[in-house]
Design a protein around this ligand. Structure first.
Ligand code: AAL
Length: 412
């Protein structure tokens, strides 16, 4: 080293500076040591906000979706995004008839579950509260087709002046090990007629290997990809001029791992992106983009995408946000969340650069020990930039005794 270029005085200054840096750093360490992990999170993760100030916190409140409520012998479930066309709101949903008998007893006429032997129906409303069922939108496919057994859990996309329904489809026979795909149909009007695409637009990921012949989805030699068994619950957003299809994946083998004891994700959300509504949809290399969740609900929010994560996994009952639509972070913890929510997402397909959020939609109520039939209700919330609903930023009410003593919660 050329000493001439580094006079003595500068070296001393460097030493003093370095000492100073070390001193400040060690003081900070002492300070950090005096702060609990919770308080560190309060500062860094929660930005010292209370629920009332957290744009991602909401209570959910429920009311009837008149016309789509309980009906003996009929299930209506898994509503789509609600869209407004002219002065009418439209929603699509799964409709099935008869009490489910389980996979082992199901026949050509008796459904295994209440999304089996189902078709997709739709309803319209002028106010989002009173609905009129309009009829069937998508029926089951021909014998031998990939959608022969059931079509269900739809979502809608409006693009290039056309309407696209994306929905789950299963072939026959429908067993626990039957793989499940996402299909698509297109129409010029929300009232149809719908023309089905010849092939599914999304299929399960790299297959694993089943262990044995029994119809047991827990027994695998190899689990395969995180979405090796099912691709479910499509929910679309137009972002950067592309079609982002978010979906729920479920692997062969579920949570118990493979024959070698290798574990992996159970339920999670992924995304597949296409240049056109017809696809091809290319799955993101980052998939899965959540580690938890069940039915998928995403919406454009500010420059990114927000999602409600419910029901399964370590991060259930959270609202999460990803500035890039891919790297989601927890932003709030929520309770009494809507099941299979389909929101009114006014700007989901406008290619917005500043998403405004959501305030309502439809969801389904679970079957109970009294009745196997599910039906639709309305949820309201405040996950909107407008922030006009302070009543939704309160603590949730205490749960009533009926919930503690309902089947499943009650210690039998
Ligand atoms: C729902 C959704 C999908 C599943 C079934 C019906 O909660 O995740 O639609 O296939 O359950």
């Amino acid at each position: 080293m050329n000493a001439g270029r580094f006079p003595r005085i500068s070296v001393n200054r460097v030493r003093i500076f370095t000492l100073g840096v070390l001193l400040v750093a060690s003081c900070q360490r002492i300070e950090r040591g005096s702060e609990s992990a919770a308080m560190e999170r309060y500062r860094t993760l929660w930005n010292e906000t209370h629920d009332a100030e957290n744009e991602f916190y909401t209570m959910f409140k429920y009311s009837a979706a008149e016309g789509l409520g309980f009906e003996e012998g009929v299930t209506r479930r898994d509503p789509s995004t609600v869209v407004k066309v002219g002065d009418k709101y439209y929603v699509w949903y799964t409709k099935s008839c008869g009490a489910p008998v389980g996979y082992d007893k199901a026949t050509g006429k008796l459904p295994a579950t209440n999304w089996d032997l189902a078709t997709i129906w739709y309803a319209t409303s002028l106010d989002g509260r009173k609905w009129t069922e309009q009829g069937m939108a998508i029926g089951r496919g021909e014998k031998g087709s990939f959608d022969e057994r059931s079509v269900f859990t739809p979502d809608i996309l409006v693009a290039e002046g056309k309407y696209y329904l994306y929905y789950q489809a299963v072939k026959a026979p429908y067993k626990r090990r039957t793989k499940n795909v996402i299909a698509m149909a297109r129409a010029d009007s929300p009232d149809g007629p719908w023309t089905k695409a010849a092939e599914p637009v999304l299929k399960p990921g790299k297959s694993g290997q089943w262990l044995g012949e029994e119809d047991d989805r827990n027994k695998v030699k190899v689990r395969g990809a995180w979405d090796s068994l099912k691709v479910h619950d499509p929910c679309l957003v137009v972002r950067g001029g592309k079609y982002w299809l978010y979906y729920k994946g479920h692997p062969m083998g579920m949570r118990f791992g493979d024959a070698q004891g290798k574990k992996g994700i159970d339920f999670a959300m992924g995304v597949a992106i296409a240049e056109k509504p017809e696809g091809p949809f290319i799955k993101s290399k980052l998939n899965p983009v959540t580690n938890s969740g069940h039915e998928v609900l995403v919406w454009p929010y500010k420059e990114g995408v927000a999602t409600l994560v419910t029901r399964n996994g370590p991060e259930k009952n959270t609202v999460q946000f990803a500035r890039d639509g891919l790297n989601f972070e927890i932003k709030s913890l929520v309770t009494i969340t809507p099941h299979a929510a389909g929101a009114y997402r006014s700007d989901a397909f406008t290619n917005t650069k500043w998403g405004e959020g959501i305030t309502w939609g439809l969801c389904h109520l679970e079957s109970t020990s009294e009745s196997p039939y599910r039906f639709l209700i309305r949820f309201d919330c405040d996950l909107s930039l407008k922030g006009e609903r302070p009543g939704f930023k309160r603590w949730p009410p205490r749960t009533k005794i009926e919930t503690y003593f309902q089947k499943g919660n009650k210690l039998e």
